[in-house]
Design a binder for this molecule. Structure first.
Ligand code: FMN
Length: 405
């Protein structure tokens, strides 16, 4: 999607085995439209040759402050001022310690120190052995660099190159890309708690069968990611879907409408925005057999009775928290026809300030969609685009409608 189009990133590599992942990261950044200038410490050169990074980035790699290629012989000034962000990946324990001390005895730490701090953000992707990571000196240094304005991206957990297992792995290139994209998104939902439902529900008839629908959850998951990128604390209550959890989003998996309601009620109290994208089954089987319902040989199918499911959106919209205006509720309507009429009626019926209509068969499972926003003032179309683009537009629309904090 070219999410980093126009961005110039200085990708700094310090010494660690995770340098091999920096090659992939460089490719991903370029694929998303960024230009990448690689700068390597001397130790990084032990793990990865500049040749590889030059070939991948399409630019000569810098590794010495004495590099005379720059006409003014000051690569630390020139490279830091051209950057929209400096990302150190991998960031060694030693490099973090140097940042804390404001050391400037080699190019990468020198350019970090020389960067204009209010204009050029510094993001760190630490990578080290679990004992190094847990050491009080490292943790103290991390707290200090964060206080000095660096963004510490955290680490992964798992098997390490040294054969040990624990915290300290560098985040995967795709995760770092997600973090960098998120970093550049305006924080219009900062300090907001957003609760989102997504996907279908599954209403069991017996242990192996049930009633569900074709909702893929992609729209709700895209909104959860966009809300988190916009600075919100996001809880995503998901029906049965096969989608990865967006980074930084708290996910609660449920099956039935009743389970979804219970999870929503638990989290709604502390939320300031509720976005109900889930395609909740209107009815569920009146009884659910504990054993598989078998053919009895009579040729007669079993008779299924149904009962109505709770209306999650209406229940939340009628709660005191929403009625006092502390919880902004957004409903979704998946229709097959007469979208404006149905969405307008549903908004009134549910008592929500904003209702988003979409055509069910045109959205279920798709990567793109078109939305119709209906509020008290009227309606507005968000034309067909990727769900990711629409999610960002919707988040901006919601943020505009929230009371000042
Ligand atoms: C095989 C090997 C692997 C290493 N892996 C790491 C690592 O993952 N993280 C780390 O912080 N240091 C690691 N080190 C130590 C650093 O390379 C060392 O502290 C170096 O001085 C860092 O220099 P720099 O910060 O200038 O890049 C490793 C050392 C060796 C020999």
């Amino acid at each position: 999607m070219n999410e980093l189009a126009g961005k110039h990133i200085v990708l700094g590599l310090s010494g660690g085995v995770a340098c091999y992942k920096a090659a992939d990261l460089c490719r991903l950044l370029i694929k998303e439209g960024a230009t990448v200038q690689v700068v390597m410490t001397e130790a990084a050169g032990q793990f990865m040759t500049p040749v590889t990074m030059q070939a991948l980035s399409g630019r000569r790699v810098y590794s010495s402050q004495w590099d005379a290629r720059e006409p003014n012989n000051m690569p630390h000034i020139n490279l830091s001022r051209e950057a929209d962000a400096i990302l150190i990946a991998p960031c060694s324990a030693d490099f973090i310690a140097r940042l804390v001390q404001g050391r400037a005895d080699e190019l990468l730490s020198l350019l970090c120190l020389a960067r204009p701090v209010d204009r050029v953000p510094l993001l760190l992707a630490p990578a080290m052995n679990r004992e190094m990571w847990a050491h009080p000196a490292t943790q103290r240094n991390l707290a200090q660099v964060a206080q000095d304005g660096a963004v510490v991206l955290g680490v992964g957990n798992g098997d390490q190159a040294c054969g040990e297992t624990g915290d300290g792995r560098m985040l995967e290139p795709s995760e770092l890309l997600e973090e960098l994209v998120a970093f550049f998104v305006p924080k219009v939902l900062a300090n907001r708690r957003v609760l989102i439902t997504a996907g279908p529900t599954f209403e069991a008839m017996d242990p192996v069968r049930g009633i569900t629908n074709l909702s893929s959850g992609k729209m709700g998951f895209s909104i959860a990611r966009a809300a988190r990128e916009a600075g919100a604390d996001v809880t995503l209550v998901a029906g049965p879907v096969h989608l990865p959890t967006p980074r930084g989003v708290r996910r609660v998996d449920v099956q039935s409408a009743q389970e979804m309601l219970a999870a929503v009620e638990q989290h709604a109290q502390s939320a300031s925005v509720f976005i109900a994208t889930a395609a909740v089954a209107d009815w569920r089987p009146a009884t659910s057999s504990s054993q598989k319902i078998k053919k009895d040989g009579s040729g007669q199918p079993p008779v299924l009775g149904f009962v109505e499911n709770p209306d999650i959106l209406a229940t939340v919209a009628r709660s005191p928290h929403a009625l006092t205006g502390d919880l902004f509720c957004v409903g979704f309507a998946a229709e097959s026809h007469d979208l404006l009429a149905h969405a307008t009626a549903k908004r009134a019926r549910k008592g929500v300030p904003l209702l988003v209509g979409n055509i069910g068969p045109a959205t279920f499972g798709q990567d793109d969609n078109a939305l119709l926003l209906v509020d008290a003032q009227g309606h507005r179309e968000l034309p067909r685009a990727s769900k990711r683009t629409l999610a960002h537009q919707l988040v901006a629309e919601i943020a505009r409608r929230l009371p000042e904090q």
